[in-house]
Design a protein around this ligand. Sequence first.
Ligand SMILES: [Zn+2]
Length: 346
Amino acid sequence: MAIKTGIVRDDRFLEHNTGHIHPEHPTRLKSVYKMLDSEFSDDLIRIETQLAPLEYLELVHTPIYIEKVLKTANHDFTSLAPDTPASAKTWLAASLAVGGCISGLEALVDKKCEVCFSLIRPPGHHALADRAAGFCVFNNLGITARYAALQHNFKRILIIDWDIHHGNGLQDTFYDSSSVFYFSTHDTRLYPYNGDWAETGEGDGRGYTVNVPIARNLTDSDFFHLYRILLADITAHYRPELILVAAGFDAHRLDPIGRSSLTEYAFSGLMHLILDLKKASGDPPVLMALEGGYHPGALADCVHAVLKVLTTKQNQSVHIPEISQRVETMVKKARKIHTPYQVWTH
Ligand SMILES: [Zn+2]
C-alpha cells in the first residue's frame, strides 16, 4: 500500500544565498525539486509552508539571537557564524524552513498525510539556542518538537538523526528531557566533533540520548542492521507518539564532505524500516526534514529513493543480508552503555 505522503517545497528556500563556493548552496534543493517535477508529479500531497511566528522560534532560541538573524534581512551579506553566512533573504528562508516543518506537522495531525517530508533549507540540527552553527540558522526540528508537545500534547517524541554529522543542536535542546528521545549515528571525526557514545543525557534525560559513532566504510547493510536492531528496542520501550527524522544525506559515498560509503539504497532501507516501526508502534505520524547532503545529484537520488518507498503501490521486500560482526559489536556496546538507565534496554 502506498503511504499518503506530504511534501513541503517552496522556491523561496532557494533565496538563502550562501555564495558560490559554499557547500550548502541553492543548487542542492534545485536538484531535488527538479527530480520531484520529473518523477513524482501526481503522487505527493503538496503542503504549503508558512512564516514561523517569533513565539515559535523562541521555543528554542533566545530573543537576542532571533533579533540578530532578523537584522540580516535586506543586507547582502552578514556572517552569522564562520561557516554560516546570511544573505538578504536568509531570514525569510530560515523562518519558512521552521514554518515548513510546523506545516508538515499540522498536516500530519489533520491526517492529510501519514508521512511528510519537508524539503527545506537552511538545515537545522546544529543550530543552538543562541547561535547559528554548521550551516544551520534555526533548529527546525527542535522547534517543531517543542511546538508538537505544547500545541498537540505529544508526550514522547523520537528524533532519528541519520545525517553524517552529529546533531549537537538537537541533542543540546533535549539533553535533560525524557519527552524527546534523540537517536543519532554520525562520524565523530567530522564537525562538530562530538556525539560520543558516553553522551547519554542528563537529569531527567539520562538514557534518552543515544549516540552511535560510525566508521567511514560502514556498508548499506551494516547501516540497515544497526538501525533495525537498536530502533526496534527503542521504539518498543519508548512507544513514540511522534517520529521526527533529521534526514541528511551526506553519508552518501559521493558527498564531498561526508567521507562515507553509503548509497541511496541505505536510505530506502531505512525508510522501509521506519514504516515498519511506525506500524508496530501504533501508527505515530512521521515528519522528515532535510538536513545535509552536499552532492546535488546524490542528494536528489537519495530523496528519490526515500519517496519511492513511500509512494510505491507494491509491498517491496528488502533483501536482508547477514549481520556483520562489526554491527554486533556496536549494538553490544550501545546496550552496555545504556543498561544502567533501563530506558530501552530492559
Ligand atoms: Zn550533515
